[in-house]
Design a protein around this ligand. Sequence first.
Ligand SMILES: [Zn+2]
Length: 429
Amino acid sequence: MVPALSGPWSESVRSSALLLVVALCVSGCAMRTGSNDSPVTFKLIAINDFHGQLTPPASPTRIDSSSLSTGGVAYLATVVEQLEAKGPVHAVVAAGDLIGASPLESALFHDEPAIEAMNVIGLEYSAVGNHEFDEGVTELRRMQLGGCHPPVAQSTEQSCGRGRFAGARFSYLAANVLDATTGTNVFPASAVKTFELGSGRALKVGFIGAVLRGTPDIVVASGVRNLRFTDEADAVNAAVPALRKQGAQVIVLLIHEGGATAAAAFDDRTCPDLRGAILPIVDRLDPSIAVIVSGHTHNTYICRRNGRLLTSAGSQGRFVTDIDVTVEPDSGRVIGSAARQVAVVNEPGTEPPAGPVSSRVAQRNGAIDREFLQRRGRAAHRACDRRDRLTGYACTVGGWRVRTWRPHRRRSTRRDPRARRMAARRWRS
Ligand SMILES: [Zn+2]
Protein backbone atom coordinates (compact mmCIF):
# COMPACT_ATOMS: atom_id res chain seq x y z
CA MET A 1 0.00 0.00 0.00
CA VAL A 2 1.29 3.45 -0.88
CA PRO A 3 0.56 5.86 1.94
CA ALA A 4 -1.74 8.76 1.05
CA LEU A 5 0.16 12.05 0.80
CA SER A 6 -1.36 15.34 1.79
CA GLY A 7 -0.46 18.88 2.80
CA PRO A 8 2.15 20.94 1.00
CA TRP A 9 3.49 18.00 -1.05
CA SER A 10 3.43 18.82 -4.76
CA GLU A 11 2.22 16.41 -7.40
CA SER A 12 5.83 15.80 -8.51
CA VAL A 13 6.98 14.99 -4.97
CA ARG A 14 3.96 12.75 -4.69
CA SER A 15 4.81 10.85 -7.88
CA SER A 16 8.52 10.54 -7.04
CA ALA A 17 7.58 9.22 -3.60
CA LEU A 18 5.35 6.72 -5.34
CA LEU A 19 8.21 5.72 -7.66
CA LEU A 20 10.52 5.34 -4.65
CA VAL A 21 8.03 3.07 -2.90
CA VAL A 22 7.58 1.04 -6.09
CA ALA A 23 11.36 0.76 -6.50
CA LEU A 24 11.79 -0.38 -2.88
CA CYS A 25 9.01 -2.88 -3.35
CA VAL A 26 10.58 -4.34 -6.47
CA SER A 27 13.73 -5.04 -4.50
CA GLY A 28 12.18 -6.05 -1.20
CA CYS A 29 8.43 -6.03 -0.69
CA ALA A 30 7.69 -9.33 -2.34
CA MET A 31 10.29 -11.08 -0.21
CA ARG A 32 9.54 -9.18 2.96
CA THR A 33 8.65 -11.45 5.84
CA GLY A 34 6.32 -9.77 8.27
CA SER A 35 6.12 -6.05 7.55
CA ASN A 36 4.69 -5.09 10.95
CA ASP A 37 5.66 -8.20 12.90
CA SER A 38 2.17 -8.87 14.14
CA PRO A 39 2.16 -12.39 15.61
CA VAL A 40 1.25 -15.35 13.44
CA THR A 41 0.02 -18.73 14.67
CA PHE A 42 0.95 -21.81 12.72
CA LYS A 43 -0.38 -25.26 13.39
CA LEU A 44 1.56 -28.52 13.36
CA ILE A 45 -0.53 -31.63 12.86
CA ALA A 46 1.72 -34.40 14.13
CA ILE A 47 1.77 -38.18 14.19
CA ASN A 48 4.43 -40.83 14.79
CA ASP A 49 4.88 -44.60 14.72
CA PHE A 50 2.01 -45.24 12.31
CA HIS A 51 3.52 -48.64 11.41
CA GLY A 52 1.36 -49.18 8.31
CA GLN A 53 -1.76 -49.42 10.44
CA LEU A 54 -4.35 -48.78 7.72
CA THR A 55 -7.09 -50.63 9.57
CA PRO A 56 -7.98 -49.88 13.19
CA PRO A 57 -5.66 -51.71 15.58
CA ALA A 58 -7.30 -54.63 17.35
CA SER A 59 -6.64 -53.51 20.92
CA PRO A 60 -8.78 -50.75 22.39
CA THR A 61 -7.40 -47.45 23.67
CA ARG A 62 -8.01 -46.01 27.11
CA ILE A 63 -9.70 -42.65 26.58
CA ASP A 64 -10.57 -41.08 29.93
CA SER A 65 -12.64 -43.71 31.70
CA SER A 66 -13.62 -45.70 28.58
CA SER A 67 -11.98 -48.28 26.37
CA LEU A 68 -12.57 -47.19 22.81
CA SER A 69 -11.63 -48.40 19.37
CA THR A 70 -9.25 -45.91 17.76
CA GLY A 71 -7.21 -45.58 14.59
CA GLY A 72 -7.86 -46.59 11.00
CA VAL A 73 -6.43 -44.46 8.26
CA ALA A 74 -9.74 -43.08 7.00
CA TYR A 75 -10.53 -41.87 10.52
CA LEU A 76 -7.01 -40.50 10.87
CA ALA A 77 -7.44 -38.62 7.59
CA THR A 78 -10.68 -37.14 8.87
CA VAL A 79 -9.05 -35.81 12.04
CA VAL A 80 -6.18 -34.33 10.02
CA GLU A 81 -8.68 -32.73 7.66
CA GLN A 82 -10.64 -31.20 10.55
CA LEU A 83 -7.47 -29.77 12.11
CA GLU A 84 -6.33 -28.35 8.78
CA ALA A 85 -9.64 -26.54 8.50
CA LYS A 86 -9.09 -24.99 11.94
CA GLY A 87 -5.65 -23.60 11.15
CA PRO A 88 -5.03 -22.46 7.58
CA VAL A 89 -1.31 -21.93 8.34
CA HIS A 90 -0.35 -25.52 9.04
CA ALA A 91 2.02 -28.37 8.28
CA VAL A 92 1.38 -32.11 8.60
CA VAL A 93 4.44 -33.78 10.09
CA ALA A 94 5.60 -37.11 11.49
CA ALA A 95 8.36 -38.44 13.72
CA GLY A 96 9.17 -41.71 11.93
CA ASP A 97 8.29 -45.43 11.98
CA LEU A 98 5.49 -44.80 9.52
CA ILE A 99 6.36 -48.11 7.90
CA GLY A 100 7.90 -51.36 9.13
CA ALA A 101 6.46 -53.70 11.77
CA SER A 102 3.25 -53.24 9.76
CA PRO A 103 0.17 -55.44 9.64
CA LEU A 104 -0.29 -57.49 6.52
CA GLU A 105 -2.52 -55.06 4.67
CA SER A 106 0.55 -52.87 4.30
CA ALA A 107 3.40 -55.36 4.74
CA LEU A 108 2.16 -57.65 1.97
CA PHE A 109 2.65 -54.80 -0.48
CA HIS A 110 6.07 -53.75 0.80
CA ASP A 111 4.43 -50.90 2.75
CA GLU A 112 3.50 -49.09 -0.46
CA PRO A 113 -0.10 -48.68 0.83
CA ALA A 114 1.09 -46.94 4.02
CA ILE A 115 3.17 -44.45 2.04
CA GLU A 116 0.27 -43.85 -0.35
CA ALA A 117 -2.08 -43.28 2.58
CA MET A 118 0.34 -40.71 4.03
CA ASN A 119 0.41 -39.01 0.63
CA VAL A 120 -3.36 -38.77 0.57
CA ILE A 121 -3.48 -37.47 4.14
CA GLY A 122 -1.10 -34.72 3.05
CA LEU A 123 1.95 -35.53 5.16
CA GLU A 124 4.75 -33.11 4.30
CA TYR A 125 7.81 -33.97 6.39
CA SER A 126 8.82 -36.97 8.46
CA ALA A 127 11.86 -38.01 10.42
CA VAL A 128 13.09 -41.46 9.53
CA GLY A 129 12.54 -44.01 12.31
CA ASN A 130 14.51 -47.14 13.04
CA HIS A 131 11.86 -49.22 11.27
CA GLU A 132 12.31 -47.19 8.08
CA PHE A 133 15.65 -49.05 7.84
CA ASP A 134 14.23 -52.55 8.35
CA GLU A 135 14.79 -53.38 4.68
CA GLY A 136 17.84 -51.21 4.13
CA VAL A 137 18.49 -47.79 2.71
CA THR A 138 17.92 -48.84 -0.92
CA GLU A 139 14.35 -49.87 -0.08
CA LEU A 140 13.84 -46.68 1.95
CA ARG A 141 15.02 -44.64 -1.04
CA ARG A 142 12.42 -46.51 -3.11
CA MET A 143 9.78 -45.54 -0.54
CA GLN A 144 10.81 -41.91 -1.07
CA LEU A 145 11.40 -41.88 -4.81
CA GLY A 146 9.12 -44.64 -6.08
CA GLY A 147 9.73 -47.71 -8.25
CA CYS A 148 9.03 -51.41 -7.88
CA HIS A 149 10.50 -53.91 -5.44
CA PRO A 150 12.42 -56.70 -7.18
CA PRO A 151 10.42 -59.96 -7.06
CA VAL A 152 11.23 -62.11 -4.04
CA ALA A 153 11.20 -65.88 -4.58
CA GLN A 154 8.70 -67.85 -2.48
CA SER A 155 7.23 -64.62 -1.08
CA THR A 156 3.58 -63.70 -0.93
CA GLU A 157 4.53 -60.02 -0.93
CA GLN A 158 3.92 -58.00 -4.05
CA SER A 159 4.96 -54.61 -5.34
CA CYS A 160 3.49 -52.26 -7.93
CA GLY A 161 0.29 -54.31 -8.16
CA ARG A 162 -1.53 -51.20 -9.34
CA GLY A 163 1.16 -49.82 -11.62
CA ARG A 164 4.46 -48.26 -10.74
CA PHE A 165 4.69 -47.16 -7.11
CA ALA A 166 5.08 -43.37 -7.17
CA GLY A 167 6.85 -42.97 -3.83
CA ALA A 168 6.30 -40.55 -0.97
CA ARG A 169 5.14 -37.04 -1.69
CA PHE A 170 6.42 -36.10 1.75
CA SER A 171 10.12 -35.65 2.50
CA TYR A 172 12.01 -37.98 4.77
CA LEU A 173 14.53 -35.95 6.79
CA ALA A 174 17.56 -37.43 8.54
CA ALA A 175 20.22 -35.06 9.85
CA ASN A 176 22.20 -37.80 11.62
CA VAL A 177 22.22 -40.64 9.06
CA LEU A 178 25.31 -40.67 6.87
CA ASP A 179 26.70 -42.86 4.15
CA ALA A 180 29.64 -44.47 5.96
CA THR A 181 31.84 -44.30 2.86
CA THR A 182 31.21 -40.77 1.66
CA GLY A 183 30.16 -39.16 4.97
CA THR A 184 27.24 -37.45 3.24
CA ASN A 185 23.62 -37.44 4.39
CA VAL A 186 21.53 -40.21 2.82
CA PHE A 187 18.40 -38.03 3.14
CA PRO A 188 18.18 -34.24 3.52
CA ALA A 189 18.80 -33.03 7.06
CA SER A 190 16.17 -30.32 6.86
CA ALA A 191 13.56 -28.48 4.81
CA VAL A 192 11.84 -25.11 4.87
CA LYS A 193 8.14 -24.48 4.42
CA THR A 194 7.09 -20.97 3.50
CA PHE A 195 3.65 -19.81 4.55
CA GLU A 196 2.37 -16.87 2.51
CA LEU A 197 0.46 -14.68 4.93
CA GLY A 198 -0.91 -12.14 2.45
CA SER A 199 0.15 -8.52 1.89
CA GLY A 200 3.64 -9.70 0.98
CA ARG A 201 4.20 -11.25 4.39
CA ALA A 202 5.52 -14.73 4.85
CA LEU A 203 6.57 -17.08 7.61
CA LYS A 204 9.33 -19.60 7.01
CA VAL A 205 9.41 -22.63 9.26
CA GLY A 206 12.41 -24.93 9.22
CA PHE A 207 12.07 -28.66 9.88
CA ILE A 208 14.95 -30.93 10.89
CA GLY A 209 14.65 -34.72 11.06
CA ALA A 210 16.67 -37.16 13.17
CA VAL A 211 16.51 -40.74 14.42
CA LEU A 212 17.88 -42.37 17.53
CA ARG A 213 21.60 -42.90 17.34
CA GLY A 214 21.15 -46.47 18.57
CA THR A 215 19.25 -47.53 15.44
CA PRO A 216 21.95 -50.06 14.41
CA ASP A 217 21.40 -51.86 17.75
CA ILE A 218 17.72 -52.51 17.01
CA VAL A 219 17.69 -53.07 13.23
CA VAL A 220 19.05 -56.13 11.44
CA ALA A 221 22.62 -55.56 10.27
CA SER A 222 21.67 -55.69 6.58
CA GLY A 223 19.25 -52.80 7.12
CA VAL A 224 21.93 -50.37 8.26
CA ARG A 225 24.84 -51.64 6.18
CA ASN A 226 27.23 -48.85 5.22
CA LEU A 227 25.30 -46.28 7.27
CA ARG A 228 26.59 -44.21 10.17
CA PHE A 229 24.21 -42.86 12.81
CA THR A 230 25.73 -39.85 14.56
CA ASP A 231 24.93 -37.98 17.78
CA GLU A 232 21.39 -36.63 17.48
CA ALA A 233 21.83 -33.20 19.12
CA ASP A 234 25.14 -32.48 17.37
CA ALA A 235 23.68 -33.32 13.96
CA VAL A 236 20.49 -31.35 14.57
CA ASN A 237 22.37 -28.28 15.82
CA ALA A 238 24.69 -28.48 12.82
CA ALA A 239 21.64 -28.23 10.54
CA VAL A 240 20.46 -24.96 12.10
CA PRO A 241 22.77 -22.47 10.30
CA ALA A 242 21.70 -23.71 6.86
CA LEU A 243 18.05 -23.24 7.82
CA ARG A 244 18.80 -19.75 9.10
CA LYS A 245 20.51 -18.96 5.81
CA GLN A 246 17.37 -20.05 3.98
CA GLY A 247 15.39 -17.59 6.08
CA ALA A 248 13.74 -19.96 8.56
CA GLN A 249 12.35 -17.83 11.37
CA VAL A 250 11.36 -20.73 13.60
CA ILE A 251 12.61 -24.31 13.71
CA VAL A 252 10.82 -27.57 14.51
CA LEU A 253 12.60 -30.85 15.23
CA LEU A 254 11.04 -34.14 14.15
CA ILE A 255 12.90 -36.88 15.98
CA HIS A 256 12.40 -40.59 16.28
CA GLU A 257 13.40 -40.88 19.92
CA GLY A 258 11.13 -40.42 22.87
CA GLY A 259 10.25 -40.50 26.51
CA ALA A 260 7.57 -41.43 28.99
CA THR A 261 5.58 -39.83 31.78
CA ALA A 262 3.59 -41.19 34.71
CA ALA A 263 0.38 -39.60 33.41
CA ALA A 264 -2.71 -41.75 33.00
CA ALA A 265 -4.84 -39.39 30.90
CA PHE A 266 -4.23 -39.54 27.16
CA ASP A 267 -4.31 -35.76 26.84
CA ASP A 268 -2.36 -34.98 30.01
CA ARG A 269 -0.40 -31.74 29.82
CA THR A 270 1.14 -31.72 33.30
CA CYS A 271 3.77 -34.25 32.29
CA PRO A 272 4.54 -35.93 35.63
CA ASP A 273 7.89 -37.72 35.97
CA LEU A 274 9.08 -37.10 32.43
CA ARG A 275 11.98 -39.41 31.61
CA GLY A 276 13.64 -41.13 28.68
CA ALA A 277 16.40 -40.93 26.12
CA ILE A 278 14.90 -37.84 24.49
CA LEU A 279 15.75 -35.59 27.46
CA PRO A 280 19.55 -35.41 27.19
CA ILE A 281 19.06 -34.67 23.48
CA VAL A 282 16.52 -31.90 24.06
CA ASP A 283 18.73 -30.33 26.72
CA ARG A 284 21.56 -29.88 24.22
CA LEU A 285 19.51 -28.48 21.35
CA ASP A 286 20.09 -25.08 19.79
CA PRO A 287 17.78 -22.53 21.48
CA SER A 288 16.22 -21.67 18.12
CA ILE A 289 14.40 -25.03 18.11
CA ALA A 290 10.97 -24.25 19.51
CA VAL A 291 9.08 -27.51 19.19
CA ILE A 292 10.17 -31.14 19.32
CA VAL A 293 7.83 -33.73 17.81
CA SER A 294 9.10 -37.08 19.08
CA GLY A 295 8.23 -40.77 18.82
CA HIS A 296 9.60 -44.31 19.16
CA THR A 297 8.30 -45.04 22.69
CA HIS A 298 4.66 -45.20 21.48
CA ASN A 299 3.70 -43.04 24.45
CA THR A 300 1.34 -40.10 24.33
CA TYR A 301 2.64 -36.95 25.99
CA ILE A 302 2.68 -33.18 25.85
CA CYS A 303 5.51 -31.73 27.90
CA ARG A 304 7.54 -28.58 28.29
CA ARG A 305 11.25 -28.73 28.69
CA ASN A 306 13.01 -25.43 29.26
CA GLY A 307 10.07 -23.62 27.72
CA ARG A 308 9.97 -25.78 24.58
CA LEU A 309 7.16 -28.07 23.60
CA LEU A 310 7.94 -31.78 23.47
CA THR A 311 5.15 -34.01 22.13
CA SER A 312 4.38 -37.55 21.01
CA ALA A 313 1.13 -38.98 19.64
CA GLY A 314 1.21 -42.62 20.73
CA SER A 315 1.26 -45.02 17.81
CA GLN A 316 -0.70 -46.76 15.03
CA GLY A 317 -2.74 -43.68 14.15
CA ARG A 318 -4.63 -43.71 17.47
CA PHE A 319 -3.85 -40.05 18.21
CA VAL A 320 -2.91 -36.84 16.44
CA THR A 321 -1.12 -34.01 18.26
CA ASP A 322 -2.58 -30.60 17.46
CA ILE A 323 0.14 -28.01 18.09
CA ASP A 324 -0.24 -24.24 17.76
CA VAL A 325 2.85 -22.04 17.77
CA THR A 326 2.56 -18.25 17.80
CA VAL A 327 5.55 -16.40 16.40
CA GLU A 328 6.60 -12.83 15.70
CA PRO A 329 7.74 -13.40 12.13
CA ASP A 330 10.42 -10.69 11.98
CA SER A 331 12.25 -11.64 15.13
CA GLY A 332 11.35 -15.34 15.03
CA ARG A 333 10.46 -14.99 18.70
CA VAL A 334 7.99 -17.66 19.80
CA ILE A 335 5.50 -15.86 22.01
CA GLY A 336 3.23 -18.79 22.74
CA SER A 337 2.65 -22.45 22.07
CA ALA A 338 0.00 -24.95 23.01
CA ALA A 339 -0.78 -28.57 22.19
CA ARG A 340 -3.46 -31.16 22.74
CA GLN A 341 -3.99 -34.77 21.79
CA VAL A 342 -6.90 -35.64 19.55
CA ALA A 343 -8.03 -39.26 19.81
CA VAL A 344 -8.87 -40.88 16.47
CA VAL A 345 -12.01 -42.60 17.75
CA ASN A 346 -13.74 -45.00 15.36
CA GLU A 347 -16.60 -46.30 17.49
CA PRO A 348 -19.91 -46.87 15.68
CA GLY A 349 -21.51 -43.49 15.19
CA THR A 350 -18.17 -41.83 14.50
CA GLU A 351 -17.95 -42.88 10.88
CA PRO A 352 -15.54 -40.66 8.96
CA PRO A 353 -17.42 -37.84 7.27
CA ALA A 354 -17.09 -37.97 3.49
CA GLY A 355 -14.52 -35.19 3.26
CA PRO A 356 -12.31 -35.15 0.17
CA VAL A 357 -9.27 -36.64 1.88
CA SER A 358 -11.07 -39.33 3.84
CA SER A 359 -13.07 -40.45 0.84
CA ARG A 360 -9.90 -40.72 -1.22
CA VAL A 361 -8.32 -42.81 1.53
CA ALA A 362 -11.44 -44.93 1.59
CA GLN A 363 -11.21 -45.48 -2.16
CA ARG A 364 -7.59 -46.45 -1.79
CA ASN A 365 -8.44 -48.83 1.03
CA GLY A 366 -11.11 -50.40 -1.11
CA ALA A 367 -8.64 -50.84 -3.96
CA ILE A 368 -6.07 -52.46 -1.68
CA ASP A 369 -8.75 -54.69 -0.32
CA ARG A 370 -10.02 -55.88 -3.68
CA GLU A 371 -6.52 -56.40 -4.94
CA PHE A 372 -5.61 -58.19 -1.79
CA LEU A 373 -8.58 -60.54 -1.82
CA GLN A 374 -8.49 -61.28 -5.51
CA ARG A 375 -4.82 -61.82 -5.97
CA ARG A 376 -3.30 -62.76 -2.68
CA GLY A 377 -6.16 -63.72 -0.47
CA ARG A 378 -5.50 -67.36 0.23
CA ALA A 379 -1.76 -67.03 0.71
CA ALA A 380 -2.29 -63.99 2.87
CA HIS A 381 -4.76 -65.75 5.10
CA ARG A 382 -2.30 -68.56 5.59
CA ALA A 383 0.46 -66.07 6.36
CA CYS A 384 -1.90 -64.29 8.67
CA ASP A 385 -2.62 -67.42 10.65
CA ARG A 386 1.08 -68.10 10.93
CA ARG A 387 1.77 -64.59 12.09
CA ASP A 388 -1.00 -64.83 14.63
CA ARG A 389 0.44 -67.97 16.11
CA LEU A 390 4.01 -66.74 16.03
CA THR A 391 3.63 -63.31 17.48
CA GLY A 392 0.34 -63.26 19.30
CA TYR A 393 -0.56 -60.09 17.40
CA ALA A 394 -4.16 -59.78 16.40
CA CYS A 395 -4.43 -60.38 12.69
CA THR A 396 -6.13 -57.55 10.93
CA VAL A 397 -6.37 -59.17 7.53
CA GLY A 398 -8.99 -61.82 8.12
CA GLY A 399 -11.66 -59.27 8.90
CA TRP A 400 -10.38 -56.58 6.58
CA ARG A 401 -13.51 -55.80 4.67
CA VAL A 402 -15.71 -54.96 7.57
CA ARG A 403 -13.14 -53.90 10.10
CA THR A 404 -11.90 -50.95 8.11
CA TRP A 405 -15.25 -49.34 8.55
CA ARG A 406 -17.19 -51.26 11.17
CA PRO A 407 -14.72 -52.91 13.47
CA HIS A 408 -17.41 -53.95 15.90
CA ARG A 409 -19.40 -55.90 13.35
CA ARG A 410 -16.62 -58.25 12.49
CA ARG A 411 -17.91 -61.27 14.30
CA SER A 412 -21.56 -60.84 13.44
CA THR A 413 -20.70 -60.24 9.78
CA ARG A 414 -18.81 -63.46 9.61
CA ARG A 415 -21.68 -65.41 11.03
CA ASP A 416 -24.55 -63.64 9.35
CA PRO A 417 -24.74 -63.87 5.52
CA ARG A 418 -27.04 -60.87 5.31
CA ALA A 419 -24.60 -58.70 7.24
CA ARG A 420 -21.85 -59.97 4.96
CA ARG A 421 -23.83 -58.91 1.87
CA MET A 422 -24.42 -55.49 3.41
CA ALA A 423 -20.73 -55.11 4.21
CA ALA A 424 -19.82 -56.06 0.65
CA ARG A 425 -22.27 -53.49 -0.71
CA ARG A 426 -20.86 -50.80 1.56
CA TRP A 427 -17.40 -51.78 0.49
CA ARG A 428 -18.22 -51.50 -3.23
CA SER A 429 -19.76 -48.05 -2.92
ZN1 LIG B 1 10.96 -46.74 16.69
